[in-house]
Design a protein around this ligand. Structure first.
Ligand SMILES: [Zn+2]
Length: 306
């Protein structure tokens, strides 16, 4: 058997037991390859899949069987009649927060883990920082993190319902429109000055040289003015788009809270959360003990322009 990863030696996981039960070598057989594999396309990606005993050509081994052949074949029959439960439509994804939680200390994406105690009892899944020993962030139970995040979303909704925007933004539209008007006024003044300079050269007040000099200076000012106007117009357009995104936020938030609990699987929940959450910054440096609640803090950032 392949060596288990460090820290997991001596642990009998379902997977490990399954590998042992399927291994034909224990029944004195040998296979054409030591670790029979086949290349397969899974979820659009090329993967090397280990073959189970029934797909492998068995040969008489030169070693002694430690499991009677009859028992091994019986085990294969029983295993074949109890196939592994099909992976749900979520393709096995169990983490509704995939890609959303970031470690507040090192910035890496937090991961979800599921561990089993030495006595075989399953522990509640936890979120942990993948930097582990290089980062002081302490893991925390997933269900509690999930509850806290949902409470935050409900808080946003309550705020909207009370007529208060939970993410107030200074609206610069009016200010920009005022500047735009000033620049446009300045532009028409420039046109008037160009005309005036032309009159002055016509009446002989300006020499043609002075006129050209004036005209060049006024043209340069005009180019700069046009550039400012273009910038302000682009800025106003951007604000308009952002405004539209802000208006879509509340119905999205309502949809997430109405459908999250009843969602088919974690993948669907993940997609829902990603419609309203940009990221969640996770900070926890004090462990939860019987007389200390720890210091878990989650900063939930809405998926809004900022
Ligand atoms: Zn970290």
């Amino acid at each position: 058997m392949y060596p288990p990863p460090p820290g997991e030696r001596n642990k009998w996981t379902d997977r490990r037991i399954s590998v042992v039960l399927h291994n034909p070598h224990y029944a004195g057989y040998t296979t054409s390859t030591r670790r029979p594999t086949r290349k397969e396309v899974v979820d659009g990606q090329l993967k090397v899949v280990r073959l189970v005993a029934k797909d492998v050509q068995l040969y008489e081994g030169r070693h002694e069987a430690i499991v009677p052949r009859e028992d091994w074949h019986k085990a294969q029959e029983i295993l074949a009649s109890h196939p592994a439960p099909p992976v749900p439509a979520g393709k096995g994804q169990k983490n509704a927060f995939t890609g959303l939680i970031v470690c507040g200390l090192c910035g890496r994406k937090m991961q979800r883990s599921f561990t089993v105690d030495p006595d075989g009892t399953a522990r509640a899944p936890i979120f942990f920082c993948p930097s582990r020993s290089q980062c002081d962030t302490i893991s925390h139970r997933c269900d509690e993190v999930e509850r806290m995040v949902l409470d935050t979303l409900r808080g946003w909704l309550a705020s909207y319902s009370a007529g208060i925007d939970p993410f107030p933004q200074r609206d610069l539209t009016e200010q920009l429109r005022t500047s735009l008007k000033q620049f446009e006024k300045h532009l028409s003044d420039l046109d008037a000055r160009v005309n005036r300079a032309f009159e002055l050269v016509e009446t002989g007040v300006y020499t043609p040289e002075i006129y050209v000099e004036r005209k060049n200076a006024l043209d340069a000012e005009r180019v700069s003015m046009m550039k400012q106007i273009t910038n302000i117009e682009a800025e106003l357009k951007k604000l308009e788009n952002e405004q539209a995104i802000r208006q879509e936020f509340l119905p999205k938030l309502q949809h997430v809270l109405e459908t999250y609990e009843a969602a088919e699987n974690a993948r669907e929940q993940n997609q829902l959360l990603k419609t309203v959450i940009d990221k969640i910054v996770y900070t926890k440096t004090v462990r939860v003990t019987s007389n200390n609640p720890g210091n878990l803090h989650l900063q939930v950032y809405p998926l809004l322009p900022h």
